[in-house]
Design a protein around this ligand. Structure first.
Ligand SMILES: Nc1ncnc2c1ncn2[C@@H]1O[C@H](COP(=O)(O)OP(=O)(O)OP(=O)(O)O)[C@@H](O)[C@H]1O
Ligand SMILES: [Mg+2]
Length: 371
């Protein structure tokens, strides 16, 4: 079954046009998701819903740079997957009329890769590095002087005859994104002079507006109650909302076609979505009425059943789920915490009373005081 968010993994393939490696999704679902991302990606500030604090700050930064005749300073965006980091980078490029080169932390394996990317930038270009937390240390150190003083320090040769040459780079703006800001070293973080911005989860209302726009672009007639149902289950995340909308449309289309073939009269067209169709489609994806999917429920069930609700360490619970720690930490936990189903404490992860209630487990007050 497909999972409505993108994993951190991606295979690499060089782009034909500029030699820079692009992140390519691995399987069919991921490819479909990234096509959907591109189709529905806002292209103007007013189409980019929410994140007001970031929009206001970035707009001022861009305006001030333009007025001074400078290029915009380096910016870092962080937050859970699907909240709009890449979209912001594209918007900045579009609004400032600059060319943007795209790469990602794991794609820049060697110092030479970064040197070739930086020396191939045209003046004023934007370089977007996705998953910057996966940049290796040696490459990261080359980035410091490039960001700070626009120079590239390259060591030529080995041993006693090694020497450093310094190349002047053309001015560029680095925009970086990460889902794991804690893994970005503080020297690197401090070099984002334009700001380090955290993307917040969206409200139901904001998600509603995003779904409304997407439904128009995808030519879907969405009844009010159906829209609310998708918004409610979308993990406060635009990518998930768009994915659910498309899935519900596919579901409705197949239902409508098979009803027509079997001669059922007055069947709604596949492009009209009502509450029932949406609920049926999302139930098929095993997404419950508060947006938990099977991985979220498995996480909570293991935490409650195997570990008496916690506290338990991330490593242990990830191993018990046969899941990668990064997936648990970046994708599963943020939403559970946001819903108040999970707490991260100094001693480990703890399932709340609400989590017990939602999954039908009895909640026993913790034996904290037992010595
Ligand atoms: N503020 C927004 N308004 C409207 N649509 C949005 C917004 N943010 C994101 N989206 C939609 O969600 C999709 C996913 O956003 P995006 O690719 O920018 O997420 P991301 O934060 O870069 O995720 P990842 O960490 O997985 O790379 C976009 O293609 C766009 O359609
Ligand atoms: Mg992205």
């Amino acid at each position: 079954m497909s999972i409505p968010f993108r994993s951190r993994e991606g295979s690499q393939r060089p782009s034909a046009s500029n030699g820079i490696k692009l992140k390519m999704p691995k399987n069919k679902d991921k490819i479909e998701e990234s096509v959907l991302d591109m189709t529905l990606r806002p292209t103007r500030w007013d189409e980019y819903i929410g994140q007001k604090h970031i929009k206001d700050n970035v707009k001022i930064l861009l305006r001030a740079a333009e007025e001074r005749g400078h290029i915009p300073e380096h910016i870092l965006f962080y937050g859970p997957p699907g909240l709009g980091k890449t979209t912001l980078a594209h918007l900045i490029a579009k609004e400032t009329g600059r060319q943007m080169k795209i790469t990602s932390g794991p794609a820049i394996e060697k110092v030479g890769d970064l040197a070739s990317i930086l020396t191939n930038l045209a003046p004023g270009d934007i370089l977007f590095i996705d998953e910057i937390h996966r940049l290796n240390k040696v490459v990261e150190e080359i980035l410091y002087p490039a960001m700070e003083s626009g120079v590239l320090d390259i060591i030529i040769g080995k041993g006693p005859s090694a020497r450093t040459i310094q190349l002047d780079l053309l001015p560029f703006t680095l925009i970086a994104a990460t889902t794991r800001v804690a893994l970005v070293s503080s020297p690197l973080r401090s070099r984002f002079s334009g700001g380090v911005f955290r993307l917040e989860f969206y409200s139901h209302e904001e998600i509603g507006k995003i779904i409304e726009r997407s439904s128009k672009l995808l030519n879907i007639v969405l009844e009010e109650e159906a829209l609310k149902e998708i918004a409610k289950r979308s993990r406060f995340t635009p990518r998930t909302a768009n994915y659910f909308l498309k899935r519900a449309r596919d579901f409705a289309q197949v239902k409508a076609a098979s009803a027509k073939n079997s001669g059922v009269p007055k069947q709604k067209s596949g492009n009209i979505l009502d509450k029932k169709i949406v609920i049926d489609a999302l139930n098929m994806l095993a997404v419950d009425d508060i947006g938990l999917n099977s991985s979220d429920r498995k996480f909570l069930e293991i935490l409650i059943e195997k570990f008496s609700g916690g506290p338990i360490g991330l490593k242990t619970i990830a191993a018990a789920m046969s899941e990668e720690e990064a997936t648990v930490e970046e994708i599963i936990e943020p939403y559970l915490i946001q819903l108040g189903l999970l707490e991260r404490t100094a001693r480990g992860r703890v399932a709340t009373k609400k989590a017990h209630g939602h999954l039908g487990f009895e909640f026993k007050e913790k034996q904290e005081k037992l010595s």
